[in-house]
Ligand binder design. Structure first.
Ligand code: MRU
Length: 357
């Protein structure tokens, strides 16, 4: 019997109508505290994205779209020209919050397009912006469900599956990408044994993925990142599924730092490595992964993780937040329109390009 799923608190939501605001779970406090914060101004949204209170590529895009509505509210009394300038300024500001996940720029672009094409009064334009943000939010829910349906077909009952970082409901509107595959497998009556890498340095795997899987009654075992090779050698893992932050036209995929290493290990152990991501995560303007901007975060995330100093004062530390897994290491990319396999530029173009994204 499929496990009955608990109704989780939404990762983020819009509260009220055109004069409403954004409410989101502060993910920096998980798993010990489930606390929501209210965003009434653009800087609070900006700070929430930058400091990973809301994180994960699709969730960042949705939060930013609502952030544009909040910026537009501030210009609700202005003339239409000034209103459009305010929307664009807000989008410019939010675009500076994080550089790697393309969903952020994709969502901001959709919001800009709405503002630039309005030929009505400011109040109606504001309502149109809110509907666009809500459409981005709802489409994400549908995309995640579809990813789950396609992805679960690739896994068999009883398998061990490794995942890295958090590509679950917390990283999207409600169901996730990589974790959607596990949730859908569970709904199809399959029992999977998930190995969650803790995901240094910010521990999204330990803090968020294990929490989400536990909440949904899925068997999960936490391992340190450095244990993946041994766990694979012991034959505990039959597949790897991760999310993505940006996928270039040739299939090279940026995801949380450490993903590339997991893909190499999977190849060495002949374990299929899958990426699960919606079409909004593809950036067909980039030929390959070398062009994907990689966020570098503060060294203190390594030297003073969670407020405790763990390295000598003054030591140099390098902290790239993402890496790029080359397409040839990826068995398939699971998106809401199907599974791209083998991962080639032609197959990606055929599935992703037609709808224009
Ligand atoms: O730095 P984060 O926590 O935003 O990084 C998130 C990831 O790398 C996720 O795996 C990715 O965004 C996919 S989310 C469905």
């Amino acid at each position: 019997m499929p496990h009955e799923q608990k109704k989780a608190r939404p990762t983020l939501r819009w509260v009220g109508g055109v004069e409403g605001h954004l409410r989101l779970i502060d993910q920096t406090l998980l798993p010990l505290e489930v606390t929501e914060i209210d965003c009434f101004d653009v800087e609070t949204v900006f700070e929430a994205i930058r400091s990973l209170r809301v994180r994960g590529a699709p969730a960042i895009g949705i939060a930013a779209a609502y952030g544009v509505v909040i910026g537009a509210q501030m210009a609700a009394e202005a003339k239409l020209d000034a209103f459009i300038v305010a929307v664009n300024n807000t989008a410019d500001r939010l675009a500076e919050s994080r550089p790697t996940a393309v969903n952020l720029f994709w969502a901001l672009e959709r919001m800009r397009r709405v503002a630039e094409n309005v030929s009505c009064g400011v109040q109606e334009a504001l309502a149109l912006l809110l509907s666009e943000a809500q459409a981005i939010h709802e489409e994400d829910q549908a995309m995640c469900r579809a990813i789950g349906r396609y992805g679960q077909e690739l896994l068999r009952d009883g398998q061990g599956v490794l995942t890295h970082c958090n590509a679950g409901g917390l990283a999207t509107s409600d169901y996730g990408t990589a974790l959607a595959v596990f949730f859908a497998a569970q709904e199809a009556g399959k029992t999977l044994h998930i190995y969650a890498d803790e995901t240094r340095p910010l521990l999204q795997g330990a803090r968020l993925t294990t929490w989400e899987l536990q909440e949904r009654g899925i068997d999960v075992t936490l391992i340190c990142d450095s244990m993946a090779a041994q766990v694979m050698r012991e034959g505990r893992v039959q597949a790897v599924v991760t999310g993505a932050d940006r996928i270039a036209a040739n299939g090279d995929t940026a995801n949380k730092i450490g993903t590339y290493g997991v893909a190499l290990l999977a190849a060495a152990h002949e374990i299929p490595f899958y990426v699960a991501a919606p079409t909004s995560t593809f950036d067909l303007s980039l030929e390959n992964g070398s062009q994907i901007p990689i966020e570098e975060r503060a060294a203190t995330e390594i030297t003073h993780g969670f407020g405790r100093q763990t390295a000598p004062t003054g030591v140099k530390a390098y902290n790239p937040a993402f890496d790029v897994t080359p397409a040839h290491l990826i068995q398939g990319i699971i998106c809401e329109r199907g599974v791209i396999e083998p991962v080639t530029a032609e197959n990606i173009a055929a599935l992703v390009a037609p709808v224009g994204s």
